[in-house]
Design a protein around this ligand. Sequence first.
Ligand code: PLP
Length: 451
Amino acid sequence: MKDQNFLKANNARSFWHPMTHPADSLKNAPTIITGAKGVRIRDIDGHEAVDAVGGLWNVNLGFSCDVVKQAIAAQLDRLPYYSTFRGTTNDAVIELAEELRLFFEPDGLSRAFFTSGGSDSVETALRLARQYHKVRGEAGRVKFLSLKKGYHGTHIGGASVNGNANFRTQYEPLLPGCFHVPAPYTYRNPFNEADPARLAQLCLAALEDEIAFQGAGTIAAFIMEPILGAGGVIPPHHSFMPGVREICTRHGILLIADEVITAFGRTGAWSGSRLWGVQPDMMCTAKAITNGYFPFGAVMISESVAQVFERDETGRAAIGHGYTYSGHPVGAAAALACLAETQRLRVNENAAARGAELHAGLLALQGRHEAIGDVRGGHGLMLALELVADRATKKPADKAVPARVQQVAYQEGAMVRVSGANIILSPPLILTSGDVQVILSALDAGLSATG
Ligand code: PLP
């Protein structure tokens, strides 16, 4: 590693940071992380903090998972790369596909298409959805529906179904034929409805309306996160996703669950779809599939969708889509080790238990800090605080406020993430009760500093 002076002097000089104004990184030097162990990260100045962001919602097993590192090293040594394009494959990816089939059996998903990350997984699912209808002879089903506030990555297809203007406006025009319906966001919604069950019904009715307006026969798929993540951790009422499933089935629309964050235990269940008792037609995964140790993803496909492709005799089901790194053997080896460790440690159960402690602690903080307008959580280790300038009017906090909370919380030993007026928490699923207390007292200090 180069010395401290070199790293600090060149910090943001020669590359642009994702999701950041290039001038910002030059003015406010990004924190240089140089090491990590367990759930803790260490910066260039030797300061340590519990990583309440979990890398970027992905390092579920923490940073020192030796079995994953060893699996990667062994695979690199034996076969660092071989393609899965037509005619060849590799042993690691065959084994992984079988393990994923078993893992996702309760979700009704039995085939995998491998990708290099979450945005690739979303793009893959959107393409396969259109192709599915073409293979079936319904070539007019090309549109996509999604939720406002949803986040589906950054490719043009994903940005087109994204429900947040920040990720769209600068890149328009996006894909035509993508339409958005209201999300069941209890704290703020166009219906002014504060009851989650009634709000779920209103949102389902809005989805029905949009389908009728567009014409069901023009719609390929509805894509949704089982719990909205980047949009501010917004869990729906438990009736919402089953309601979406029923509507999609009735209209012949595929349901794509974007589980890039929620798959592999984060919500306390093994998948977000399973949390709500729903079987999607396709599921996008990435992030915790390799815990951040290797860029990798998989789209899981239901048996009924798979049958349409596999029984095709017209040639229309030939897949004209794939990545050089689809089924990368090192990624597959990493994923196999992560999947085994994830199940051995039953991290979903720890996510549920530590998530409940963190949620209770955040509600207690809300009693002490006027700036907390809303506390969201209750489903494992994905939680958020929404900060406001005034609780009565729900006017969002000035952006300096969450930034200050983040800064002080970091000094006090916890790295948290800011998204708009939200403080987002998505720590590793191996968190202990002691770590929960560190996060809560760091947030308490951060909120006190802004009070
Ligand atoms: N879909 C969801 C739900 C996500 O949260 C993300 C990333 O946070 C993506 C897709 C895009 O994944 P990636 O950043 O790996 O491309």
